[in-house]
Design a protein around this ligand. Structure first.
Ligand code: G3H
Ligand code: ZN
Length: 287
């Protein structure tokens, strides 16, 4: 059964670890992430961008596929199905379709409008016991058409959003979607510390989890980060494993052209990446 992300994140924040949000694209991604969570006894959040949702056929298909896998693979660890960087309408549609958690990304609005719209989404979500993530400042780079300027979040604006009763807060602290450039300045821990002071026990969310060095991940968790989003890294390891399969000519041997065989190395690569992240984030055996 899908659960809201609230309880798992409050527990993670208290226990000084983070729950991974891994974005899904299809059946293989979803199955690989669910099985890895179960094998490692870890809570998990499946992230779905609006683009990935459309690619999979629509939000209802995503909900049906995820619920089916949870039941038939006997997944018993807590699983939240979460809309990633959702628009206002996207958040409403995801809730209607059966998502257990939504991100309303109002970071491109001015703070007044971000507050108004976030509050409306919180009221609708909480009436159904679903969790809500909001964003202040912005994440640099681009993810599935969502482009951010990489603006560092203002602590007093974070406080205003936290006071609305949001369940988790994504704050821009120099993090970037996709691969980090060579000259990246790193996470801004001074800003993160100020945001933590301003927002009390609010579980903070670190986007752009691909390629952040281990010591920075650990410091971020020590400053209140309880959810870390990873997307690009699974795509990179999937692509590398699939390329290796073709370059070795495996598709030409026997029944190597069977799609289930072609997708198997990438599937295993996603599992290995997710396991590595769960170990780094400290969520193993926390289900
Ligand atoms: O919202 C999703 C994440 O922030 C993923 O970022 O693709 O850099 O891992 P990433
Ligand atoms: Zn993100």
């Amino acid at each position: 059964m899908l659960v809201s992300a609230k309880e798992m994140l409050v527990t993670a924040r208290k226990g000084k670890y983070a729950v991974g949000q891994f974005n899904i694209n299809n059946l293989e991604w979803t199955k690989a992430i669910l099985l890895t969570a179960q094998e490692n006894n870890s809570p998990v959040i499946l992230g779905v961008s609006e683009g990935a949702g459309k690619y999979m056929g629509g939000f209802k298909t995503v909900v049906g596929m995820t619920n089916g896998l949870i039941e038939e693979l006997n997944i018993t660890v807590p699983v939240a199905l979460h809309l990633d960087h959702g628009s206002y309408d996207g958040a409403l549609k995801a809730m209607e379709a059966g998502f257990s958690s939504v991100m309303f990304d109002g970071s491109h609005y001015d703070i007044k409008e971000n507050i108004t719209k976030t509050k409306e989404i919180i009221d609708i979500a909480h009436a159904r016991e679903l969790s809500v993530e909001a964003e202040v400042g912005s994440i640099g780079g681009e993810e599935d058409g969502v482009v951010g300027a990489g603006e560092i979040a203002d602590a007093s604006e974070c406080k205003a959003i936290a006071e609305l009763g949001v369940d988790m807060l994504a704050a821009g602290i120099g993090n970037i979607h996709g691969k980090y450039p060579e000259n990246w300045a790193g996470l801004n821990f001074e800003a993160l510390g100020n945001i933590q002071d301003a927002t009390g026990n609010m579980p903070l969310v670190l986007h752009g989890g691909t390629g952040i060095p281990e010591d920075m991940i650990k410091e971020a968790i020590s400053l209140g980060v309880a959810k870390i989003n990873v997307n690009t890294e699974c795509q990179l390891t999937f692509a590398a494993a699939t390329r290796k399969y073709f370059e070795a000519g495996k598709d030409l041997e026997g029944k190597g052209f069977d799609p289930r065989k072609i997708l198997a190395p990438g599937f295993e690569a996603i599992k290995a990446t997710v396991k590595e992240k769960m170990e780094l984030f400290g969520s193993v055996n926390k289900a």
